[in-house]
Design a protein. Structure first.
Length: 166
């Protein structure tokens, strides 16, 4: 929040933790059960020259949800009384599914999306159906979004997305 200061200058009030808690609850537009905090895309929150700066990294450089996430963050921060906020996007280091929280992985599974395996495994483990936990086969390398593959369970026949490891 900002309040009038000396000579009409606005002074930032609130803390970095306050800002982080506001943006942490923003839902991902493509997978609304996940928050940006679950995804691990909030890289940093700081104060620079009296402005709160929220730094984010998209899940991939061509992520179509990036603009929506930025707009949702700005709207939530404005609604919380923070007017002097900048949202910066950085691409390096690139986001990885290793930044996905355990809570996010649990939410994906409960939502019917198989969470990603750990990055760097020599042999990719079988993708298991979120419904019956049996092996699945790949139908298409790209599912409802580029970061997911379309799978089908070999037991129950249920189609589902697999959030690919990056």
């Amino acid at each position: 929040m900002a309040r009038p200061g000396d000579a009409g200058r606005l002074v930032v009030t609130g803390t970095v933790d306050d800002i982080r808690s506001v943006v942490a609850g923003i839902s991902d537009p493509e997978i609304p059960v996940l928050t940006v905090d679950d995804l691990g895309i909030v890289r940093d929150v700081s104060v620079q020259d009296g402005t709160f700066v929220v730094t984010i990294t998209p899940t991939y450089s061509g992520c179509p949800a990036l603009q929506a996430i930025q707009e949702d963050m700005a709207a939530a921060l404005t609604a919380a009384g923070y007017d002097d906020v900048e949202i910066r996007t950085v691409y390096s280091p690139a986001w990885t599914t290793e930044w996905l929280s355990d809570e996010g992985r649990r939410k994906l599974l409960e939502f019917g999306i198989a969470p990603p395996h750990p990055v760097g495994l020599l042999v990719r483990p079988d993708v298991l159906c979120p419904r019956c936990r049996e092996k699945a086969r790949t139908v298409a390398e790209f599912g409802s979004t580029a970061c997911k593959a379309l799978m089908v369970c070999t037991r129950c026949g249920e189609p589902f997305d697999y959030f690919k490891e990056l």
